[in-house]
Design a protein around this ligand. Structure first.
Ligand code: NDP
Length: 324
């Protein structure tokens, strides 16, 4: 019997149980995929802890690379043995084997190994919409990226640098500062030691920034607003330190007619065509060498709780993979 991580009630990492998980034949439009590598993302923590409510019981995990084992009716474009990946199939990826809607899958080119493919889908497409769609980063821009040494952060820094931007990044330790620097972050700031608004003011000679990418939320949002130019864009896309409280629109006005957006991958990769175009962009920057996906931590699938503890405790850098 195949196994999966199952959450029956939300809470601490220990609510993730290793259980038998029967997988039937793929339904219409579905493909059965045997996982080879599974990505761990902060959204998995929000879902497990209950911050993002899920129907119970559920299997966490929104990102994997695997091999097609069976193909349902009405599916074209995939056959048994194909190497495929997803970052938009929703929860259910912390499993040895699962059925997935074929519209949520892409084929993985042979140059991209399983662990990179698993780590690049959700995080890579997130970076794609952040810097190619929400705000189009261009040569000459100076931008701020929080958690610059994280999974999304290391991809964001590299891709933005590749587009010609000057990248300022916040990180939690000197080791993370070195890692961010090696991945395109021109000015890593250790925000527990330095005031990042003051540093941004110094680096930009008072000009401040057209855009801030903030995935940390509660701990950083007020200062993030202070890093923006007049009419600058505040992109709040995560809550690693907790959700941002309600913001009075007059705050945005008084700080310079700022624009705030709270985007989510699923509203950008919302059709198979758009998802595959975004995934194609990600593969292109990876194959060109402009972006390297750093898989810095691997755990066995049944040890998912340990991966969650380490991610939440800020012990990880780059991407995290579970091995089935
Ligand atoms: P990361 O690898 O970036 O890990 C989170 C990092 O946040 C930590 O390493 C830590 O870096 C920083 N952090 C700051 N404060 C805290 C805190 N109190 N607790 C824990 N971490 C903290 O994770 P991911 O790459 O998986 O995700 C990054 C962010 O992107 C998350 O907020 C996630 O929700 C968001 N996201 C949003 C998507 C969307 O569609 N909107 C899609 C995908 C991801 P440091 O020590 O350097 O401060």
């Amino acid at each position: 019997m195949p196994k999966a991580i199952v959450v029956e009630k939300t809470g601490s990492p220990s609510v993730m149980k290793w259980r038998d998980s029967e997988v039937g034949r793929p339904g219409k439009g579905e493909v059965t995929v045997r996982a080879k590598a599974i990505g761990v993302n902060f959204i998995d923590i929000y879902q497990r802890s209950g911050l993002y409510p899920m129907p119970l019981p559920f299997t966490p995990g929104g990102e994997l690379c695997g091999e097609v084992e069976a193909v349902g009716t009405g599916v074209s474009g995939f056959k048994i043995g194909d190497r495929v990946a997803t970052g938009t199939a929703g929860a259910g990826c912390y499993a040895e084997i699962r059925n997935i809607d074929a519209d949520k899958l892409v084929k993985v080119p042979k140059e991209i190994p399983n662990d990179i493919a698993a780590a690049m889908m959700l995080q890579g497409m997130t970076v794609q919409f952040l810097i190619r769609q929400v705000y189009r980063v261009k040569k000459g821009d100076t931008i701020l990226i929080h958690a610059a040494a994280g999974g999304v952060g290391t991809i964001l820094c590299q891709w933005a640098a590749h587009l010609g931007a000057t990248v300022i990044g916040t990180v939690g330790s000197p080791g993370k500062a070195r890692l961010a620097k090696a991945h395109g972050c021109d000015y890593p700031i250790i925000y527990s030691r330095e005031n990042f608004v003051d540093r941004v003011r110094k680096i930009t000679k008072g000009e401040m920034l057209p855009v801030v990418y903030d995935s940390i939320g509660k701990a950083t949002w007020p200062a993030s607003l202070d890093c923006l130019q007049q009419r600058g864009l505040f992109v709040t896309f995560g809550n690693a330190s907790g959700p941002i409280p309600p913001i009075d629109p007059l705050t945005l006005s008084s700080k310079g007619s700022l624009v705030m957006t709270r985007p989510t991958l699923f509203h950008f990769a919302d059709t198979p065509e758009r998802m595959r175009r975004m995934a194609g962009d990600v593969m292109k920057v990876i194959k060109s060498g402009a972006v390297k996906i750093e898989v810095n931590h691997k755990y066995s699938l049944r040890e998912a709780a340990r991966a969650h503890r380490d991610l939440a405790a800020r012990k990880t850098t780059g991407s995290i993979i579970l091995e089935p």
